[in-house]
Design a protein around this ligand. Structure first.
Ligand SMILES: C[S@@+](CC[C@H](N)C(=O)[O-])C[C@H]1O[C@@H](n2cnc3c(N)ncnc32)[C@H](O)[C@@H]1O
Length: 218
């Protein structure tokens, strides 16, 4: 029986023990491969030294820290999150970096950024929202991007979890049902309708995870 897909089933708001130990848990769940995977994904973002990067759901600041390796002092990063434990870790981790800042903001609500970022990045966040909120987030990303800027998300690729090998089916039983809905959708087609194109795709974890970069058109 299909579970109802409303906001109440989402697991995207990470708090308590899981939030305090998020990086360690990701390393364990991926059998120690996460640090190598995320470094590769950040390399695939194709960051330019002067880029202004907005991160939706910046978590513990791990990704922001990795991105600064590619930035000069003229580049900058702004991370948005709502989790107090996540924001606290991110601020502690990046306190020595003058071009990195974090703000407490809901990414599905209207945001005050207009044509000021070269990249909007999100990792394992978009799948945790209902489709209506995902479209709001994508509209926020488009508004925040300069013409020609890229919306980049790292998340589940396009496949049907129910038709996948048993380890994948098992993993998706533990994930929130919104993740199954996310993986079944054709995100390139959706992003094209929302004003993006010139896609770049990089696959990870046997093709079940991908980094999808979509350029703002028009
Ligand atoms: C699964 S974690 C991913 C964290 C980080 N992107 C990473 O890959 O390490 C989801 C993150 O999204 C944040 N989040 C959840 N709902 C949010 C919202 N409505 N607005 C902003 N951040 C949100 C959570 O606090 C958490 O840090």
């Amino acid at each position: 029986m299909e579970q109802q897909l409303d906001r109440s089933v989402s697991k995207v708001e990470v708090t308590g023990f899981e939030a305090r130990n998020y990086d360690l848990l990701m390393n364990l769940i991926t059998a120690g491969t996460y640090p190598f995977f995320i470094r590769r994904a950040v390399r695939e973002m194709d960051i330019r030294p002067q880029d202004a990067i907005l991160i939706f759901g910046s978590g513990t600041g791990r990704n922001a820290c990795l991105m600064t390796r590619y930035l000069s002092t003229e580049g900058r990063i702004l991370g948005l999150d709502i989790g107090p434990e996540m924001l606290e870790q991110a601020e502690r981790r990046c306190r020595h970096l003058s071009n990195v800042a974090f703000e407490k903001r809901r990414i599905e609500e209207p945001l005050p950024y207009e044509a000021e970022f070269d990249k909007v990045f999100m990792a394992f966040v978009l799948h945790g929202f209902v489709q209506e909120d995902r479209l709001r987030i994508i509209a926020n990303a488009r508004r925040a991007l300069r013409p020609g800027g890229e919306f980049i998300f790292l998340d589940y690729a396009h496949f049907d979890p129910a038709q996948s090998p048993w380890p994948v089916r098992f993993a998706f039983r533990l994930e929130c049902p919104l993740a199954t809905d996310f993986a079944r959708r054709d995100w390139e087609a959706i992003l094209r309708e929302e004003g993006f194109g010139a896609f770049r795709t990089y696959r990870h974890y046997f093709g079940y995870v991908r980094l999808l970069a979509a350029r703002k058109q028009g």
